[in-house]
Design a protein around this ligand. Structure first.
Ligand code: A3P
Length: 315
């Protein structure tokens, strides 16, 4: 057991990864009960690696035949009224004991779970998995800020309640792998290896590359899920409209995401706006001291050795 100091929650290690107790209990329950369908598509990411964005993109692409077939799609899309976590079900939050009934028309599900802890049926039924990886220094900086905004059971933000560890202490824990869903590097490598072994089943995306050329990534995602854009859709600029709809600028300025209701995660709550901070690559430069950068880069170097994976954009 370790205390995640920034959110003042104890984390427990299970199958090599660290979880708050509520999430761990759900995880065990879904491992036993959840039955995936071969047509399911899983959107995966570690916390703070671009999960909210991946869900928005996946949802907009997947539902476009019904949502994008008229001119006013941008005023009616559910993403304008709901946080993406509320339109794509979240495996470990929504499916404990398999209680949630699923929209039969939506094959998407999302999860923070590492590859090796996914329910057995997800792997055996060959569901498609799309993973968003983010450069660890930016993931950590985002993680730190996010957990400052957690609302504790006493209704105080963790930052105000002064329960947080120092930035340096949290950095140390993250580097040791003791973060929510961590070790971050092991999470990434599990999905990276799966994407190499099963290229048609697992798509590995990098936040930095999606950010650098979102239009290209949107087309890639559509192809991967088996719904490439038709010539007619291209002429109607559907991929571009999806990019615009899901952009940080658009989503972060929506009323629902600025003022939206808090999302409950176990005993903790979170404002929707906490999922939108800067939405850029390289913000770590504004937060990490030189030696912290060196430490993290060294860990990345050692962890990725022999994997052929390079963090950040290579294009
Ligand atoms: P920053 O804190 O660096 O700004 P997650 O969704 O996995 O919780 O990750 C949150 C991170 O993704 C935050 O990063 C957030 O700002 C960023 N983000 C959220 N929506 C985004 C979008 N539409 N485009 C780009 N980044 C986005």
């Amino acid at each position: 057991r370790v205390k995640c100091l920034s959110c003042s929650t104890e984390l427990y290690q299970y199958q090599g990864f660290w979880y708050p107790l509520d999430i761990l209990e759900s995880l065990i329950s879904i491992q036993e009960n959840f039955k995936a369908k071969p047509t399911d598509i899983f959107l995966c990411a570690s916390p703070k690696a671009g999960f909210t964005w991946l869900k928005a993109l996946g949802f907009a692409i997947e539902t476009r035949r019904t949502r994008f077939d008229n001119d006013d799609d941008l005023s009616t899309n559910p993403l304008l009224k709901k946080l993406s976590h509320d339109v794509v079900p979240w495996l470990e939050l929504d499916f404990t004991n398999n209680i949630k009934s699923r929209d039969p028309k939506l094959p998407l599900l999302a999860t923070h779970l590492p590859y090796t802890s996914l329910p057995e049926s997800v792997i055996s039924s060959g569901c498609k998995i799309i993973y968003m990886c983010r450069e660890p220094k930016d993931t950590f900086v985002s993680y730190w800020h996010f957990f400052q905004r957690i609302i504790l059971p006493n209704n105080k933000y963790s930052k105000e309640a002064q329960v947080s560890a120092s930035f340096e202490k949290e950095f140390e824990l993250f580097c040791e792998g003791k973060s929510v869903g961590g070790p971050y590097w092991d999470h990434v490598l599990g999905l990276w290896r799966a994407s190499i072994e099963k290229p048609g089943t697992v798509l590995f995306l990098k936040y930095e590359e999606v950010k650098g050329n979102t239009l290209f990534s949107v087309r890639k995602l559509a192809e991967f899920i088996g719904k490439p854009f038709s010539d007619k859709e291209e002429m109607e600029r559907v991929p571009q409209r999806i990019v615009e709809l899901c952009s940080f600028e658009n989503l972060s300025n929506l009323k629902v995401n600025k003022e939206g209701k808090r999302l409950s995660v176990g005993p903790l709550e979170i404002d929707h706006s906490a999922f939108f901070r800067k939405g850029m690559s390289g913000d770590w430069k504004n937060h990490l001291a030189d030696e912290m950068k060196e430490t993290m880069d060294q860990i990345s170097k050692e962890k990725l050795l022999g994997s052929n994976l390079v963090f950040g954009s290579t294009t």
